[in-house]
Write a protein that binds this ligand. Structure first.
Ligand code: SF4
Ligand code: SF4
Length: 328
């Protein structure tokens, strides 16, 4: 995706520095049971890239050193990493809140009958993409049969208490627009989703997170090929809201790729723009937990460290703002 960089390099986006880090976001690898058309990591059943056990052990040390509050797991399908259970259990033993970015269909796959109960037993929060409450729209974006399988997955989670009022088991859904518009108001769309999903499928969830499409990866390339890149960037810039800058997610998280390298956020990871902590060019978590100066910076929560910004950052601040947890 480095070919997108010349389009994003020159930016007037305000310089930002880190606040105290509380979240560790980890990509456990590109193996997935699905092959969605829009997938930004080209994940699929034949991918071999998986975070190793030794890197996962280092992550556990990092959580201890940095006193991490939340571990946010992505992939691929993060549950397909053979060390997934070990990592979740270790994080929970450290009293770290765990979020599993689950594609829902994995809950229905052969060999994963244990998954829903395991997530419930470990009190893992589930965040799942469901771009529409209509089957045709979801299948067109994510593959034939994905909608029905996703609904079955949610029903399985609901049966364990996920997403129900008064339950501690949290199930949040994630929406992103199909095209070149900003997401609609999060609260109103959440109300629509709740009404429709309850009426049609008797399913429950806690919150809907709306996320603005980033002009990078496959979406960025599609914009370029359709001659819409400049127009979309202008839309993001025209809707810049300065109040959103303080809340962008990179100020309080680091994103780690399957090899253990450190980025300011998932988008910068996809663009191969490493986090410039202490001026390092490409920082590995081994350095963060073993090199004295870096370890001290880590213990201080990386506060005050710079963040790599480019034009794509305007997607995080447009309109109601956008982060892994939805509107800002
Ligand atoms: S489920 Fe997610 S990771 Fe898997 S192919 Fe689809 S978009 Fe990619
Ligand atoms: S794209 Fe990443 S670095 Fe830029 S503002 Fe958003 S979260 Fe921060």
């Amino acid at each position: 995706m480095r070919d997108m960089l010349p389009l994003l390099e020159k930016t007037n986006f305000p310089a930002i520095r880190r606040a105290k880090m509380h979240t560790l976001q980890v990509n456990l690898g590109y193996l997935c049971n699905q092959t969605c058309f829009h997938c930004h990591v080209n994940a699929g059943p034949n991918r071999k890239e998986l975070m190793s056990e030794s890197t996962i052990q280092e992550l556990i040390s990092l959580m201890e050193v940095a006193k991490i509050k939340t571990l946010d797991l992505t992939g691929g399908a993060p549950e397909m990493n053979p060390h997934f259970k070990m990592l979740v259990k270790a994080a929970r033993a450290l009293d770290v809140h765990v979020i599993d970015r689950c594609n829902l269909t994995i809950l229905e796959e052969d060999g994963y009958a244990w998954l829903a109960e395991f997530l419930a037993e470990q009190q893992v929060e589930v965040a799942a993409s469901l771009p529409c409450y209509l089957a045709d729209n979801v299948d067109a974006q994510r593959g034939d049969g994905v909608f029905q399988s996703s609904i079955s997955g949610i029903q399985r989670l609901n049966a364990l208490g996920y997403g129900l009022e008064g339950s501690d088991l949290k199930l949040n859904l994630v929406f992103n627009p199909q095209g070149t518009s900003l997401p609609p108001a999060q609260e109103a769309l959440e109300a629509d989703y709740k009404k429709e999903l309850l009426a049609r499928y008797h399913i429950h969830f806690n919150h809907l997170f709306t996320i603005t499409n980033q002009p990078i990866q496959r979406f960025g390339s599609t914009l370029v090929s359709k001659g819409q890149f400049e127009g979309y960037m202008q839309l993001l810039k025209d809707n810049f809201l300065a109040d959103n800058v303080a809340g962008v997610m990179c100020r309080t998280l680091i994103s780690v790729d399957w090899l253990g390298y450190v980025y300011d956020c998932d988008f910068n990871q996809m663009l191969d723009l490493p986090a410039p902590i202490q001026g390092e060019k490409k920082l590995h978590i081994t350095q963060l937990i073993t090199q004295a100066n870096l370890k001290q910076t880590l213990q201080e929560g990386l506060e005050g460290q710079p963040i790599t910004i480019m034009d794509h950052c305007y997607a995080c601040t447009a309109g109601q703002g956008s982060s892994c947890g939805g509107a800002l």
